[in-house]
Design a protein around this ligand. Structure first.
Ligand code: PEP
Ligand code: MG
Length: 580
């Protein structure tokens, strides 16, 4: 049995069979081929392309008939590329000319294409490189699977191509990949890269896929077909476990299931503290369907709808009409307020069709979110129009990500005015009374929260980015993940400053970063004055349970001390007392 450690994404335990995808470049085997075997190697390449196409077609056949048109579009585009005889031509010449193996030849070809795409100025054409890379990765997977003797009929895949109980092992996954994986009933995933607050990890949590990210190269020890246990809570991957370990984990999985059944009893209860303070617990969602789950959990509303996920895994961005339909669909699932966060693209969330500069060194500090939107009105305006139009079907709030200065707000208000006027003059049915809020997730906005509060209808604290920017730790870089500390006094003070600014301006302040959904922090946040939480729906009942067991007046003096503590050991003692 082999144990590998990384960062667990705390949704339970997965037991399944490994499927290794997307090897990092340095793991691509490279060797010489004897001249008499060259044609055999070319045949091997062509067979791998056919296998990749066959596997894609099997995935396509498995997709539900409705609701996945974006994914089907991508699969079909990839199938067309795999069917094109041109695809094998260049790598086949490289095999023949250089006498090297198919994987190495394919990689040389991929590097060449990447250079060409990098030089193209047209944003649409250069965005196509994502598809090319994905198709080449699929062929590499097919070549590797064949090496492991899983090429023709991979274990875990039935004759009809139905994949069962698989755990994906990959160097890295984008949020887009993660959505696609979930559609195929994947049990979990393991990656070399990634930290617990990367968007990929957040999505895994909301799709209820246990995951271990940040294995630091550890995936090289895993092979397709290995039996794996993922322990999302402890952040450990066990490969080829013995029977006793398997049994112990099956028992733990049952226990987790029973605990979540016990929590079900709290669905109808209110989130009221022991000293009678009412707290609102809202959901964060990425996909329209998740609004249903939020309803079934009796959440106060949807505190964060990350609309950018509608833009992922597709060749073209959705137009106003499609957005209007999707937003109306979310509203049709609930009578409670829904906070539509406007596009937060860039950073670790690139999408095709909207140009972001991939060459900059710090994309998180670059043209992301509202910065990108104000720069690309052709993409932003249809979204704003769709939100105002959908707002006739429910209780809509509009939330703007990554505000950092007042000019952005002034430009936004002008734009909103223009959009409303256009809708009015064009005779559209729309609701002009949509409250506008700002995310407080850049330290500059938190320090000056009072100034933002004066202009906005509500504030939402995004701790994922606030922590990243305040402590200068890239949220996707697992090497600095050990510095990620929501209890750092600077973070607690910025949260308090923001809550106080909201109180003074008499506007609501919520929190929708991952910190809001972690029961370890619930009491501290209540002690600082937070009354409105938004989190992954899977965390709502745990946080409700903790809220109902909290007496705010009792913990407040300890929280005050925590805000003044620089010593981590003392902070840990205080937090233990607060949570006792
Ligand atoms: C945050 O930054 O805390 C947040 C909620 O936004 P996102 O995670 O989508 O960046
Ligand atoms: Mg954010």
């Amino acid at each position: 049995m082999l144990a590998l450690y990384g960062n667990g994404i705390g949704y339970g335990i997965a037991i399944g069979t490994a499927r290794v995808m997307q090897q990092p470049d340095h793991d691509i085997p490279s060797y010489d081929i004897d001249p008499e075997n060259i044609e055999q190697e070319v045949k091997r390449l062509k067979q791998a392309i056919r296998n990749a196409a066959r596997r894609l077609a099997a995935i396509d056949a498995q997709l539900p008939a409705a609701g996945v048109s974006e994914i089907r579009g991508i699969l079909n585009a990839h199938l067309l590329m795999l069917d094109d005889p041109m695809l094998s031509q260049e790598p086949a010449s490289i095999i023949r000319e250089r006498g090297i193996n198919a994987e190495a030849a394919l990689q040389r070809h991929a590097d060449h294409l990447e250079r060409i795409f990098g030089e193209i100025n047209d944003p649409y054409l250069s965005s196509k490189s994502v598809d090319v890379v994905q198709v080449i990765n699929r062929i590499q997977d097919a070549l590797m699977d064949e090496q492991d003797d899983f090429g023709a009929s991979p274990e875990g895949e039935s004759a009809e191509g139905v994949i069962e109980e698989e755990i994906i092992v990959a160097h890295d996954l984008t949020p887009g990949d993660t959505i696609e994986l979930n559609k195929h009933h994947i049990r979990g995933f393991v990656t070399n890269l990634g930290s617990p607050i990367s968007h990929t990890a957040i999505l895994a949590k909301s799709l209820k896929i246990p995951a271990i990210v940040g294995l630091h190269g550890g995936i090289r020890y895993l092979r397709t077909g290995d039996q794996l246990i993922l322990d999302g809570k402890r952040g450990v991957v066990l490969a080829d476990p013995d029977e006793a370990t398997l049994e112990a984990y099956r028992t733990r999985r049952e226990k987790i299931l029973r605990r979540s059944q016990e929590l079900e009893a709290l669905v109808k209860e209110t989130a009221t503290t022991l000293d009678g303070v009412e707290v609102a617990l809202n959901s964060n969602i990425e996909l329209p369907e998740e609004a249903l789950e939020s309803e079934s959990l009796n959440a106060a509303g949807i505190g964060l709808y990350r609309t950018e996920f509608l833009y992922m895994n597709r060749a073209e961005i959705p137009d106003e009409e499609e957005q209007y339909q999707k937003y109306s669909q979310v509203l049709s699932h609930t009578t409670r307020p829904v906070t539509f966060r406007t596009l937060d693209i860039g950073g670790d969330k690139p999408v095709e069709g909207i140009s972001v500069n991939n060459l900059i060194t710090n994309p998180a500090l670059g043209r992301r979110a509202i910065r990108l939107c104000l720069h690309d009105l052709a993409s932003f305006k249809p979204q704003l129009r769709a939100i105002y139009r959908a707002a006739v079907h429910g209780r809509v709030k509009l939330l703007v990500p990554m505000l950092s200065n007042m000019d952005e707000l002034d430009q936004l208000f002008l734009l909103l005015h223009e959009v409303r006027e256009e809708l009015r003059s064009q005779g559209f049915d729309y609701n002009p009374d949509v409250p506008v809020g700002g995310m407080i997730e850049v330290p500059a906005a938190a320090v000056a929260a009072d100034l933002f509060a004066d202009k906005l209808d509500f504030l939402a604290i995004g701790t994922n980015d606030l922590i990243q920017y305040t402590l200068a730790i890239d949220r996707v870089d697992d090497e600095v993940n050990y510095l990620y500390d929501p209890l750092h006094p600077s973070i607690l003070r910025l949260i308090k400053t923001t809550i106080n600014a909201g109180k003074a301006a008499r506007i609501p302040v919520s929190m929708c970063g991952e910190m809001a959904g972690n029961v370890h922090y619930t009491r501290v946040l209540l002690g600082i004055g937070l009354r409105d939480f938004s989190m992954d729906p899977s965390a709502i009942l745990e946080v409700k349970r903790q809220t109902r067991l909290t007496d705010i007046t009792k913990i407040q003096p300890l929280v005050e001390r925590l805000l003044k503590t620089a010593d981590q050991k003392q902070a840990k003692r205080l937090i233990d007392q607060i949570n006792a």
